[in-house]
Ligand binder design. Structure first.
Ligand code: ADP
Ligand code: MG
Length: 720
């Protein structure tokens, strides 16, 4: 057979090894060499200018024109000394991924290289092709990118990249970074206020993020031989291999040599870009891996994650590999997430989620701990919305992923602490009492979660000194969930602050006022706490009894952005306006519709043009065989049975595909985007995808291996 499948398999055996060499003897020799970082700025800027820049960064202030000119000139010299010829504003439009438009330093008119402060600060990309959900067409046709000085410039290839936000001329955000920056500022302000109840010296609170990135790796030729992977980033058909992940031998097993070389090289490249990648290992499914960096300030960590994904894709090509970031590229196998490890850290270095041996600091810890749980309880639907994507729908709620129910896991130790604090509600505190001791919060031991106490099935888990938002999808931009998480925590901290102030005004002693509010929060947010197996059917029932939402698909989940309360929340903290929220949902729904459309087309095309002809050809062989047997007077019942089975599956596929096409025609006429998205979800995806797939996957088991056109799971997933 001249199928691409067999050519690809042949290539697999002829892969040359790709040599990888380290850019230097030690990582510290080259870490960050391609970043115009604080040290570079300090070295190349006049002290006064340097001070201006760092102060502006810390206080979220604007940078003046003279300072910008000085920075631009220093950055240009630095970049050119490293061979750069161009600069670009690097931004994150709402399509996902990153975008850039390159301009050369060289100015033909003057014959010299130039880079002005104004070019650093602001640019006008040809933005007409980026989605704006109608904002730009309604208000102003142009948009511009503006420098984000809180994330360092870096050299990528021969281009100086400047992290920027992307906004319309009328000021609406058109990207994922600008609302994130606003939410980070909101949480800084709110958390600092609460910290000052304890310690007046605390001036800022910085949110930190360590995103653990899961991904699959497959051979490039095999990838190219799967039109569904190429078109839809996931396999729409494919029978699970005989050996899947039941053996659990892949997890922490040895890394295949080709993948290992790829990892080494993308780590080198990441380090040169100042991305602090740290751990690498195999994941649960065959050919699934994970890379985790050291945590950083959220905005920088997210830029680094976006950049790292790009680096991984480019390096993989050199190794004839393809990286898959899709949340569920292979049915029946573990999906890929991007666990967002998150905490708040004060400017004097206190991690607000780390219990301490000092009783006073523990009250501070408990304040943030309990308030965060309360925030998840209050705003669980928004949190659910923040991780909703078409691809994550295949992962959430499937057996091997956290469900779409937002709950919090805190472990037995912390559960005991909170239960104790709640129980002691009636304890009278007299003057001179050791309040901490009386309430049982004088000592919270360092929390070491052992293997048994680590809940891998929770969407939002406390892991000793940070929360881990595990429900985030592998291909997602962390800015979206991080905007929501930091915003809801900011909002809850504000409520907390108000409630405590009220109590104090009534004459309650400050610490007691704090404890009283915390106790109330513990009681009110109890239903969001869940310590059991999040993957179990029992939890789904239990959650329903608790009145918790279980929103299974993206079009419905993102409606939470547009409730009256959500809009008020986003507007109050200046993160997004009603108009921007609406525009964003419109963009998301349009993207969702397109994704389902593409998948439906790929399914239809593969089914009708590849699978059915193959099945019929094979069936004809069997018919000949059955007739031959009959002529010889040999029993042909088994063969006839197979022929019938094949016919049954062919019918299912044909009918399903035909009806699916009819449904699409009907749905495309629906003008309302919301309704069209719901219809694509319910009447195309839910109704037909699995039925058609099931029949195709059964045929895969019946048809002669030599005749099957698509690369099989076992061939893709067991790289060496
Ligand atoms: P675990 O074994 O719990 O997954 P790791 O130490 O491997 O923990 O950390 C996982 C990720 O969490 C890493 O990216 C790490 O840098 C990050 N991380 C650790 N501490 C914090 C923190 N205080 N805030 C945010 N992220 C953190
Ligand atoms: Mg982890």
């Amino acid at each position: 057979m001249a199928y691409l499948r067999f050519e690809a398999l042949k290539k697999l055996n002829e892969r040359p090894s790709v040599p990888v060499s380290s850019p230097g003897p030690k990582v510290s020799d080259f870490f960050g060499e391609n970043v115009f970082n604080t040290e570079q700025m300090r070295a190349s800027l006049a002290p006064a200018v340097f001070k201006n820049v760092t102060a502006a960064i810390k206080n979220h202030d604007k940078i003046d024109a003279t300072t910008a000119d000085a920075v631009a000139s220093a950055a240009k010299l630095w970049a050119m000394s490293k061979g750069a010829t161009h600069f670009t504003h690097w931004f994150q439009p709402m399509t996902g991924g990153t975008a850039e438009k390159h301009d050369s330093f060289f100015d033909a008119q003057s014959g010299i290289e130039k880079f002005k402060g104004s070019e650093l600060v602001q640019q006008e990309p040809d933005a007409s092709s980026f989605p704006s959900g109608g904002i730009r067409s309604t208000f102003e046709a142009r948009g511009y990118t503006a420098w984000d000085p809180t994330s360092p410039m870096f050299l990528y290839g021969k281009t100086l990249c400047i992290p920027t936000v992307f906004v319309s001329y009328t000021g609406e955000s058109l990207d994922t970074k600008s609302p994130l920056l606003k939410a980070l500022k909101a949480v800084d302000v709110a958390a600092t206020k609460v910290c000052q109840l304890f310690d007046k010296d605390i001036q800022h609170v910085v949110a930190s993020l360590g995103p653990e990135q899961e991904y699959f790796v497959v051979d490039e030729a095999l990838y190219m031989a799967r039109p569904d992977l190429v078109m839809a980033s996931r396999t729409v058909f494919g029978h699970a291999p005989a050996r899947g992940q039941q053996m659990e031998d892949h997890y922490f097993g040895s890394i295949p040599a080709r993948v290992y070389d790829f990892m080494k090289e993308f780590e080198f490249e990441s380090w040169r870009l100042g991305i602090p990648v740290r751990t690498r290992h195999n994941e649960v499914a065959p050919c699934q891996f994970e890379v985790a960096p050291l945590f950083e300030e959220v905005n920088v960590a997210n830029d680094h994650n976006q950049l790292m994904m790009d680096v991984m894709g480019r390096v993989a090509e050199k190794h004839n590999l393809k990286v898959l970031f899709h949340e569920k590229p292979f049915a029946g196998l573990n999906g890929s997430g991007k666990h967002n490890n998150w905490s708040l850290i004060t400017d004097n270095g206190i991690n607000l989620y780390a219990p301490s041996s000092s009783a006073r600091d523990n009250l501070l810890f408990l304040t943030f701990f309990v308030t965060t749980i309360k925030a998840v309880h209050e705003y669980c639907d928004l949190l659910r919305a923040s991780i909703a994507t078409a691809a994550n729908d295949f992962r959430l709620g499937a057996n091997e992923a956290p469900p779409a129910i937002m709950s919090v896991f805190i472990g037995t130790q912390m559960s005991a602490v909170l239960d104790e604090l709640e129980k002691k509600g009636n304890v009278k505190i007299e003057k001179g009492d050791n309040m901490y001791m009386k309430l049982g919060i004088d000592q919270i031991p360092e929390i070491i979660l052992d293997a048994t106490d680590r809940n891998r099935t929770s969407p939002f888990a406390f892991t000793g000194n940070k929360f881990e938002f595990r429900a985030v999808g592998a291909s997602d931009n962390c800015a979206i969930p991080m905007t929501v998480l930091n915003l809801i925590v900011a909002a809850q901290l504000d409520h907390f602050n108000e409630a405590v102030t009220k109590e104090i005004d009534k004459g309650t002693e400050k610490r007691l006022a704090i404890v009283n509010v915390l106790r109330k929060y513990i009681k009110e947010s109890k239903s969001v706490r869940f310590e059991g197996d999040g993957y179990s059917e029992d939890w789904v029932k239990e959650a329903a009894k608790r009145g918790m939402n279980n929103i299974k698909n993206m079009p419905r989940a993102i409606e939470a952005y547009l409730t009256k309360e959500s809009v008020a929340l986003f507007e109050k903290h200046g993160v997004l306006s009603h108009k921007e929220l609406e525009a964003r949902n419109e963009i998301r729904l349009e993207a969702y519709i397109k994704k389902v459309q593409i998948e439906a087309r790929v399914i239809g095309d593969l089914a009708m043009n590849h699978i059915i002809p193959t099945a019929i050809a094979y069936q004809n062989k069997l018919i000949q065989n059955a007739n031959g047997l009959k002529g010889l007077g040999v029993d042909n019942k088994a063969v006839v049975q197979t022929i019938k089975e094949i016919s049954g599956h062919i019918d299912t596929i044909k009918n399903g595909t035909r009806q699916m096409v009819e449904e699409r025609k009907r749905i495309n006429k629906i003008t309302d985007t919301h309704k069209r998205a719901f219809a694509y979800c319910d009447d195309v995806k839910e109704k037909y995808f699995d039925t058609i797939r099931d029949a195709v996957d059964k045929l895969e088991l019946l048809v002669d291996d030599e005749d099957w056109p698509l690369v099989k799971y076992r061939e893709m997933l067991f790289l060496r």
